[in-house]
Design a protein around this ligand. Structure first.
Ligand SMILES: Nc1nc2c(ncn2[C@@H]2O[C@H](COP(=O)(O)OP(=O)(O)OP(=O)(O)O)[C@@H](O)[C@H]2O)c(=O)[nH]1
Length: 174
């Protein structure tokens, strides 16, 4: 069973406003992300914000740890609820490719270009916990390396929305 988790905290500093609520083709980015994961996952949660079109969880152990804090909350929830695997994405990845799960399987794995998008074993929760308890702030790639996750290259680049300009560039007829 796969738990879907949209990692949706952070500052949206480059975007200048809450990018989860920005719209693409008339839908919010967070709604697009939740729906995308729902195509592959039994259940989808949103981590790192209080209001969302799916059940929400706070980051673990506290906000401000970056996307890994969201992943840690999702892995703990997966363990508690009996899910073996967690599929993650951010709110800033519009239109995930149809074969994403196929490309990421078998996990652990993440996209080389966007490691927030990955397939993670719930059983890796203790390793992530240890990383988060160490002194430095760590990246998704650092965790991927720690657990020997594959870094998957995909030919069709997934647009990464960091700024309003990034969003404008992919808006309109497709
Ligand atoms: N749960 C959670 N998600 C995060 C956190 N920081 C970033 N994210 C998510 O991870 C994805 C990639 O985030 P970034 O673009 O690197 O960071 P950001 O804070 O959204 O944007 P900037 O402030 O411009 O760097 C986005 O979907 C964010 O919502 C966090 O602390 N907790």
């Amino acid at each position: 069973m796969i738990l879907g988790a949209v990692l949706a905290g952070g500052m949206s500093a480059r975007f200048g406003s809450d990018k989860a609520l920005a719209e693409l083709d008339g839908r919010t980015l967070i709604a697009l992300a939740v729906d995308a994961l729902a195509g592959w996952c039994e259940h989808v949660i949103v981590v790192g914000r209080e209001t969302a079109p799916a059940p929400t969880l706070p980051d673990w152990p506290r906000p401000g740890m970056g996307p890994l804090g969201g992943l840690a909350a999702a892995l703990h929830h997966a363990l508690d609820e009996g899910y073996e695997t967690v599929l993650t994405c951010g709110v800033d990845a519009a239109y995930l490719p149809d074969d994403l799960l196929e490309r990421l399987s078998p996990g652990p794995s993440c996209l080389a270009s966007q490691p927030v998008i990955g397939l993670w074993p719930a059983a890796a929760a203790p390793e992530l916990e240890a990383l988060l308890h160490s002194d430095q702030r760590h990246s998704m790639l650092r965790f991927a390396e720690t657990i020997g996750a594959r870094r998957v290259q995909i030919a069709s680049a997934v647009p990464n929305i960091n700024t309003p300009g990034d969003l404008a560039a992919i808006s309109g007829p497709r």
